[in-house]
Design a protein around this ligand. Structure first.
Ligand code: C2E
Ligand code: CA
Ligand code: CA
Ligand code: CA
Length: 278
């Protein structure tokens, strides 16, 4: 039942046999996909609300299985996090993202690209070297790469993580706290981590057009984040009215189905030529 699986999520209890089997099975699939280059990135546009232009894309990973079927990250990222494979995925994805950034910049040199990164990866000091090594083969403007930190709860040493982030930022890279307001993405991390952006979790944004309480939350998060000198991004913007509300609140960026769905690279590049229709 749901209650039972939720309970497992929040306990350190030994997983049952089925869960363990699934975990081992997925672990093998992830390792296989890493070896055979079976991860691909999709790209979702992010609108600069004030200018009306697409300023960023978020890269979202998918796994392509043997039959060519596309598997969403929800199916394998949690297992990757539990087994530690997330680190290898993150490193691999940064390389794919740097390649994509090159393709983007052939069409529009101002576009930024964001990459989801488990905060644990950043906290390990080898990560910066790995990213910089990828940059040797494919030079790119570092300020155009934005890391969305997920799983901040897994950071054991927040001070050390903050130092690593600071090192990256000195080189030009940018950072966001992802999913702000839910789980463990809390005020504490906003206070302690030197990020440039705060991404307001979609659960507060999705029903903005009808839910007055969510408007209060979005406004509060936006005001504090901007007061601290950060830019704000609202995700899950699904209708025109929500976008208008966000604009009135002064939120900086919007992302969601109202603006565009995640698409493969080729499709994304085709839309570069078209004007934004909202
Ligand atoms: P996220 O970072 O919060 O990404 C947003 C998710 O919401 C994406 O699902 C996106 O397709 C979906 N979405 C976007 N706009 C809308 C909307 O208007 N309405 C609704 N209902 N949904 C929307 P996706 O691609 O399945 O990604 C799920 C999660 O997987 C991501 O959540 C992120 O936490 C994780 N993930 C994705 N790519 C990577 C990656 O490369 N590395 C790591 N570590 N995690 C990743
Ligand atoms: Ca994200
Ligand atoms: Ca997330
Ligand atoms: Ca989210």
């Amino acid at each position: 039942s749901n209650a039972r699986s939720n309970w497992h999520l929040y306990s350190n209890q030994t997983p049952d046999r089925e869960e363990l089997y699934n975990r081992v099975n997925w672990k093998q699939q992830i390792e296989h996909a890493l070896e055979h280059n079976r991860f691909v990135l999709f790209f979702q546009p992010i609108l600069d609300i004030r200018s009306g232009y697409i300023s960023h894309y978020e890269s979202l990973v998918r796994m392509v299985d043997e039959s060519g079927k596309i598997i969403p990250p929800g199916a394998f990222i949690p297992v990757a996090e539990q087994t530690g494979l997330i680190y290898e995925i993150d490193v691999h994805i940064v390389q794919l993202a740097i390649e994509a950034l090159h393709a983007f910049h052939e069409h529009d040199s101002d576009i930024s690209l964001s990459v989801n990164l488990s905060a644990r990866a950043v906290a390990t000091s080898q990560f910066i070297d790995l990213v910089e090594k990828s940059a040797i083969d494919r030079p790119f403007e570092r300020s155009k790469l934005l890391f969305e930190l997920t799983e901040t709860s897994a950071v054991e040493d927040v001070t050390a993580a903050a130092k690593e982030i600071e090192k990256f930022r000195d080189l030009g890279y940018r950072f966001a706290i992802d999913d702000f307001g839910v789980g463990f993405s809390s005020w504490y991390y906003l206070r302690e981590l030197p990020v440039d952006y705060v991404k307001i979790d979609g659960s507060f944004v999705r029903k903005l057009s009808t839910n007055m309480e969510d408007r209060l939350f979005v406004k509060a998060i936006n005001d504090v984040a901007q007061g601290l000198g950060k830019k704000t991004i609202a995700e899950f913007v699904e209708d025109q009215y929500s976008l208008a509300l966000l604009s009135a609140m002064g939120v900086n960026f919007a992302q969601g189905y109202q603006i565009g769905k995640p698409q493969p690279l080729e499709t994304t590049l085709e839309t570069f030529a078209e004007p934004v229709k909202l």
